[in-house]
Design a binder for this molecule. Structure first.
Ligand SMILES: Cc1ncc(COP(=O)(O)O)c(C=O)c1O
Length: 498
């Protein structure tokens, strides 16, 4: 007889009912070819005796196997492993008590060499340089949870749990339309808004709708790398315009337009990513005029509109757009926290409608409850209050970070104090390279991060972006100290290009 007693193990400590534990183990034995098609299973009474369980458990298990088609029941004869099961290929037996990791797929798929590998899980005790993320310790989770709980206990909440419009929750779209009109001078209604899961989704959808192979998209010479990669994924041609202290050099875009059709221009007008400079008023008007004249789209990624320390926020290009050329993208991921995937794409109605259709194929349904929560959070003024609080804290952090960098590290690299945002842009002196620095920094438990992504055009500018907003005072001091020790312990070498 098959060694049922040693092959089947039941545990009353598990949540899974005994009959299901048993059924799943039978399935495994069949799949592994230990119980072959046509094999007669032992009677329910005998198996119940062997395993010291109630007979009803065995009956329920056999019924489950029958339902799933693994066994068949022949009247007056008994229960048999289904003889019509396709032949199971012999596989090397695995020890099911150990977790086996599948490393390679058993099929081919299309890999894209443009995609950057994201950092592995963070290690404890190591300090990570980021490119300007929020301090999630300041996220008002209690407040957000309170609104969420209150909404979730409403009687009619079930109506929000069903599939609904792929444009996103209507209340949030209404609240956002008012909020963006008041805070950013837009002139929109809810019909101009598509709710996305963060800015990245807005960028992805725009790229899909605007670009096909070889279409031209213009970006900064150094640029937000994920934007480059999103466009490259569409096989678009990336053309680069220089970035100086007034932002993207629009004259270069005009020259390009005269030569070739340009489909889109990607701008981070408020604080250029990564250099942090603001696009000047004159260049804003110039760019908008060009967009009108040459009918291209401006993808305006306003990722950190809210953080301004030395001047009032500058209204986005979208606020001056009268001809439907601007696709305006933003999110709460910088102000609240990256995990709250609430973003928006603002554009002409026809574009929003098409983007909403497309969105349905990568994300059929947004998180309506979270969207409602943020509608409330924004409408009540909580978001603005939170931003005002952050502004004060981040301003202190910017000042301390820049002061210490100048005092302690001025001999190693140069930077300008950013007028806003959450990061600085630092040029390393010629004798050093970020390659050497990041290697050496590991000795001091400091990870510099993906510094290569700032030079996708291979211009060897030797600069990187260093966020300050997410570190408190102690951490800023520690970061500067780690950088200082790193620089002190490396030999000056001629810059290496990697
Ligand atoms: C310039 C820029 N655009 C877009 C994003 C993506 O933001 P989100 O988390 O809203 O998708 C980031 C995130 O760091 C960013 O820096």
């Amino acid at each position: 007889m098959f060694p049922y007693k040693t092959s089947l193990k039941l545990s009353k400590c598990l949540k899974e009912p005994l009959y299901l534990q048993l059924a799943n183990q039978f399935i495994l034995l069949i799949r592994e070819g230990k119980l072959l098609p046509g094999t007669k299973l032992v009677g329910s009474r005998t198996l119940a005796d062997l395993l010291k369980v109630h007979r009803k458990t065995i009956v329920a298990c056999y019924e489950e196997l029958l339902l799933q088609g693994w066994v068949e029941s022949i009247p007056k004869k008994g229960t048999f492993v289904n003889k019509n099961l396709p032949l199971i290929q012999k596989i090397a037996l695995v020890d099911v008590t150990k977790t086996s990791k599948k490393q390679n797929s058993g099929f081919s798929f299309y890999e894209n060499e443009n995609l950057l590998k994201k950092n592995a899980e963070k290690r404890e005790g190591v300090m990570y340089i980021n490119d300007g993320t929020s301090d999630t310790r300041l996220t008002p989770t209690e407040e957000i949870a309170r609104i969420y709980r209150k909404l979730a206990s409403k009687k009619n909440i079930h109506t929000f749990l069903d599939y609904n419009s792929t444009k996103g929750n209507i209340k949030l779209r209404e609240v956002l339309a008012t909020y963006l009109n008041n805070s950013r001078g837009l002139k929109i209604t809810k019909e101009n808004i598509l709710i996305t899961r963060g800015s990245q989704m807005g960028m992805w959808l725009s790229s899909q709708l605007l670009l096909k192979e070889n279409d031209i998209v213009v970006v900064g010479e150094t640029n937000y790398s994920s934007a480059d990669i999103t466009f490259q994924y569409q096989k678009a041609q990336i053309k680069r315009a220089s970035v100086d202290e007034n932002g993207l050099v629009i004259d270069q875009i005009e020259k390009l337009c005269k030569k070739q059709p340009v489909k889109a221009v990607y701008v981070t007008s408020h604080h250029h990513h990564p250099t942090t400079v603001t696009l000047s008023a004159e260049r804003r008007i110039h760019l908008l005029n060009l967009a009108r004249k040459y009918s291209f789209a401006i993808i305006e990624d306003d990722y950190d509109y809210d953080f301004n320390y030395d001047h009032a926020p500058i209204l986005p290009l979208a606020s001056h757009d009268t001809c439907g050329n601007v696709i305006y993208i933003g999110s709460v991921c910088k102000t609240v926290a990256p995990v709250f995937r609430i973003g928006y794409l603002v554009a002409s109605e026809d574009f929003v409608n098409e983007a909403a259709k497309l969105r349905g194929y990568i994300d059929r349904q947004g998180d309506a409850l979270l969207e409602l929560t943020f509608a409330e959070f924004i409408k009540s003024g909580d978001l603005d209050r939170h931003i005002r609080k952050l502004m004060k804290i981040y301003l202190q952090r910017r000042d301390l970070f820049c002061k210490l960098l100048k005092e302690e590290l001025g001999g190693y690299f140069q930077f300008n104090i950013p007028k806003g945002g959450m990061a600085i842009w630092g040029y390393l002196n010629k004798e050093y390279s970020w390659y050497e620095v990041s290697k050496e920094a590991r000795k001091y438990q400091l990870e510099i991060g993906e510094w290569q992504r700032y030079d996708l055009a291979n211009k060897k500018h030797n600069a990187i972006r260093i966020g300050f907003a997410s570190y408190n005072e102690e951490e800023i001091k520690l970061l500067v100290d780690k950088l200082k020790r790193t620089f002190k312990s490396i030999k000056k070498v001629p810059i290496k290009h990697f």
